[in-house]
Ligand binder design. Structure first.
Ligand SMILES: Nc1ncnc2c1ncn2[C@@H]1O[C@H](COP(=O)(O)OP(=O)(O)OP(=O)(O)O)[C@@H](O)[C@H]1O
Length: 319
C-alpha cells in the first residue's frame, strides 16, 4: 500500500448556490469533494452549464463557497477575506479560454508578463526586461515578443503569454479553464504539450477544464466528470470511460485525441503514488442527494424517469 500524499488543495463537501432570476436557488456546485496533488493534472469535464467554471472560481478564491471547506496547504481558506485572501490567491493562478479578455491592448507583452509580480511587489522596474525574457523563453517564444502588443500575436502565441503570466508568480496550482478550446487542433496540441513539459519541470498541480473528454483523458492523471453540479465520476485518466461508468461519461467518450509524447507511461508511474480515486458512487449517481438532484433536474430537464431503486437520473442518456 502506498502512503497517502498530502493534497495541496482540497475541497470538502463544497456547495455553491446562486439565486436564479425568478428567485429560486440554483445549485451550481453540489457536495464537491476533490483533492489536488503536486505534479498531478486533474481534468474536469462536463456539459455546458454543469458548474465547471463556478467550481474553479471557488477553488481559486475568486468567489466564496456557499458552504463546505476549502483547504489550501491544510488551512481552511473558504471564508478568507481582504489581504489574507489576496496573499493566498497568489498560489492559484488561472489561464482562460480567451487571453485577449485579460490583456490590456495598450500594454506591451513585457508589462503583461510582469504585472502579477508588480501587483505583489515582487519585482523592481529595473528587473522587468530580464524577467520578461526569462518567461518568454519558458513558453518557447522569442525574446523580441517582449516589445509587442497583444494585437500582433496569434491565438496560440497569446495563450503562451497567458501561461507565462500565470506562472510568473510560481503558483503551486494552475487552473486552465477551457484554455485550449478556442485554438485550432494543431495549436491546441502544442499548448497542451507545453503544459505537460512545464508541469514536469515545475511539479505544478494543474486543473484542466475541457469539454473534450478524449483530450482530457490524454493529459490528465485523474478526471472528474461533472453533471448538473455534481461530480458523478472520478477516474484515473486512462481508465476514464472504460468498463462500467456513469451514463453521462459514456455519452462523452467519443472523440479521439493523442499526444506525440508518451504520457501514458508517466501516468502509470504516477498512479502508483497517488491514492486511489474515490470509489464510484453506488446506487444513486448523484451520491444519494436524490431530492436535490430531482429538484434541479425537474427544473432543467423535463425528460426524467425513475430508474432502479428509486434513484433519479437524467434519462435522456438512456432513451
Ligand atoms: N454569478 C452567477 N449568478 C447566477 N447564476 C450563475 C452565476 N454564475 C454561474 N451561474 C449559473 O450556474 C450554472 C453553472 O455555470 P458555470 O458557468 O459554472 O457552468 P460551466 O460548466 O462552466 O459552463 P460552460 O462550459 O458553458 O462554461 C449555470 O446554470 C449558470 O447559469
Amino acid at each position: 500500500m502506498c502512503k497517502e500524499k498530502t493534497p495541496i488543495l482540497e475541497s470538502r463537501h463544497l456547495n455553491k448556490v446562486f439565486t436564479a432570476p425568478d428567485g429560486r436557488p440554483l445549485y451550481a456546485n453540489n457536495d464537491i469533494s476533490l483533492k489536488f496533488y503536486e505534479g498531478e493534472t486533474l481534468g474536469i469535464a462536463g456539459e455546458s452549464g454543469c458548474g465547471k467554471s463556478t467550481l474553479v472560481r471557488v477553488l481559486s478564491l475568486l468567489e466564496p463557497p456557499t458552504d463546505g471547506e476549502l483547504l489550501l496547504f491544510g488551512e481552511n481558506v473558504a471564508g478568507l477575506k481582504g489581504e489574507k485572501k489576496r496573499k493566498m490567491r497568489r498560489h492559484i493562478q488561472m489561464v482562460f479560454q480567451d487571453p485577449t479578455d485579460s490583456f490590456s491592448p495598450r500594454m506591451k507583452v513585457k508589462d503583461i508578463l510582469c504585472e502579477p509580480l508588480e501587483n505583489y511587489g515582487l519585482i523592481k522596474p529595473s528587473e522587468k526586461a530580464a524577467k520578461a525574457r526569462e518567461l518568454l523563453k519558458m513558453v518557447e517564444l522569442p525574446e523580441e515578443f517582449a516589445e509587442r502588443y497583444p494585437r500582433s500575436m496569434s491565438g496560440g502565441q497569446k495563450q503562451r503569454v497567458a501561461i507565462a503570466r500565470a506562472l510568473a508568480l510560481e503558483p503551486e496550482i494552475l487552473i486552465c479553464d477551457e484554455a485550449t478550446s478556442a485554438l485550432d487542433v494543431s495549436v491546441q496540441k502544442s499548448i497542451v504539450e507545453l503544459l505537460v513539459k512545464l508541469q514536469r519541470e515545475k511539479h505544478t498541480s494543474i486543473i484542466f477544464i475541457c469539454h473534450d473528454v478524449a483530450l482530457i483523458r490524454s493529459v490528465s492523471h485523474r478526471t472528474a466528470i461533472m453533471y448538473l453540479g455534481f461530480v458523478v465520476e472520478l477516474a484515473e485518466g486512462k481508465k476514464l470511460g472504460r468498463g462500467v461508468c456513469h451514463p453521462y461519461t459514456e455519452a462523452l467518450k467519443s472523440a479521439v485525441f493523442s499526444l506525440d509524447m508518451d504520457f501514458e507511461k508517466e501516468i502509470e508511474s504516477l498512479d502508483s503514488e497517488i491514492p486511489s480515486p474515490l470509489e464510484r458512487p453506488t446506487g444513486c449517481p448523484f451520491r444519494n442527494r436524490c431530492e436535490k438532484c430531482m429538484e434541479i433536474c425537474a427544473a432543467e430537464r423535463p425528460q426524467l424517469r425513475e430508474v432502479e431503486k428509486g434513484h433519479w437520473i437524467a434519462c435522456h442518456l438512456y432513451a
